[in-house]
Design a protein around this ligand. Structure first.
Ligand code: TXA
Ligand code: MG
Length: 371
């Protein structure tokens, strides 16, 4: 990748999310067509886009993010019919799921034709496709007139960006342009469903829950990675015992700079434990961040206490999750103690991200702790 030149500057364009200015979209589409990189808002998180058919532009994405080359990208389209440009075999079930959930936060894994560069899929014979529900994303794809390959627009391993400011902090000077369409609505990345096996498999949970997919697709299975526990495969990623179907799932990810300790269990035990840990660390002179919820925040009297949302409404937690993780770094805390939330519904997506941000630092309290 030695011949990849950095852009001279990163353009920053602010637009109305519902009706983005035509000149901005036109210019951004032109950048994509010329092989450049543009960050843009989607309904989940900001994406870093390039022309899917331009190998050099795809290489630039990996370079700008510092992304491991074995972690494949998602390809974004603006009209359902474009699915046929990107997959050699679109099953009736794939089409049905697309019709029900698109535009929206669902990514489908389908067989990849040779016309889609292998680099996009990190060499896999499958490709990830999604049709996002955001006027700016859709307008950009139309203006570019090609499907846009786009991972989240963060430095690899860092929390995904939910505002253009987050993208700027990570990628200014490394990409050609950022379109600022305000904060993203959902806050966690799309649900990824692999349709290449006998039973649809959820590889990454998101706003669209396993139950919602099951209601449309019949029986689905949850890939082991969907829970977000990476301890079982952290040390030996080449092991035959457990080879992730979604390569991105084998990395510690979504993580702030400060180490994050995730404490799972029932509320009284967890809040007591966090308070004890926080006192101990504070006495040792460390700055402690506490990640908590509206219902439980009053239990804490020390440290930087940040409320992510309502425990009983995990979608509200998802919406704030990455912003709060980044905020702890801005506050300069030395470590973060995070309260877990039950991994059901959208809570599964929240816990997937928190567990992966925690890496091995997960503490489970009580008998009925979530498995
Ligand atoms: O909501 C989203 O999906 C956002 C926005 C920008 O659309 N995108 C996003 O992309 O989250 P990224 O690259 O951060 O995550 C893509 C995930 C990774 O976990 C990757 O391993 C998985 O999708 N993936 C991509 N292609 C795959 C494939 N062919 N097979 C299995 N997993 C795949
Ligand atoms: Mg990502």
């Amino acid at each position: 990748m030695g011949d990849l030149v950095l852009p001279l500057k990163t353009f920053y364009w602010k637009v109305n999310a519902q009706e983005p200015a035509e000149e901005v979209i036109k210019q951004a589409g032109e950048i994509i067509r010329q092989g450049g990189l543009v960050a843009f808002p989607t309904e989940t998180v900001y994406g870093l886009g390039a022309n899917v058919f331009d190998r050099k532009a795809i290489a630039k994405i990996f370079n700008a993010k510092g992304r491991p080359l074995d972690n494949p990208l998602i390809v974004h389209i603006a009209v359902l019919a474009d699915i046929y440009q990107l997959s050699s075999s679109v099953s009736p079930l794939a089409l049905y799921l697309a019709e029900v959930f698109w535009p929206g936060p669902l990514t489908l894994i389908l067989p990849r034709p040779e016309t889609v560069p292998a680099e996009v899929s990190a060499g896999l014979d499958t490709v990830a496709i999604r049709l996002p529900a955001h006027p700016v994303a859709l307008a950009l794809i139309r203006a570019a007139d090609v499907p846009i390959a786009a991972p989240s627009a963060n430095l690899s391993g860092c929390p995904s960006p939910t505002t253009a400011k987050h993208v700027w902090a990570d990628l200014n000077g490394k990409i050609d342009a950022i379109i600022d369409g305000g904060p993203t609505e959902i806050g966690v990345e799309s649900t990824v469903v692999d349709l290449t096996g006998a039973i649809p498999a959820i590889l990454r949970p998101g706003k669209i829950t396993p139950a919602e997919i099951e209601a449309v697709a019949g029986k689905v299975c949850l890939d082991p990675a969907a829970k977000g526990i990476i301890t079982s495969f952290k040390t030996d990623t080449t092991s035959e015992k457990w080879r992730p179907r979604s390569p991105g799932m084998k990395y510690r990810h979504y993580a702030p700079r400060a180490p994050l300790y995730l404490i799972e269990g029932n509320v009284p035990q967890v809040t007591k434990y966090i308070n004890e840990l926080a006192s101990r660390y504070q006495k040792a002179g460390l700055r402690v961040g506490i990640f908590t919820y509206k219902e439980t925040a009053e239990h804490y009297r020390q440290g930087e206490v940040l409320v992510a949302g309502d425990r009983c409404e995990p979608a509200s937690v998802a919406a704030n999750l990455y912003r709060i993780l980044r905020r702890f770094d801005e506050l300069g805390v030395d470590l973060i103690l995070a309260e877990g939330t039950p991994p059901v519904g959208v809570g599964l997506a929240v816990m997937n991200r928190l567990r992966r941000a925690a890496g091995n630092n997960i503490i489970r309290l009580g008998d009925n702790c979530w498995t």
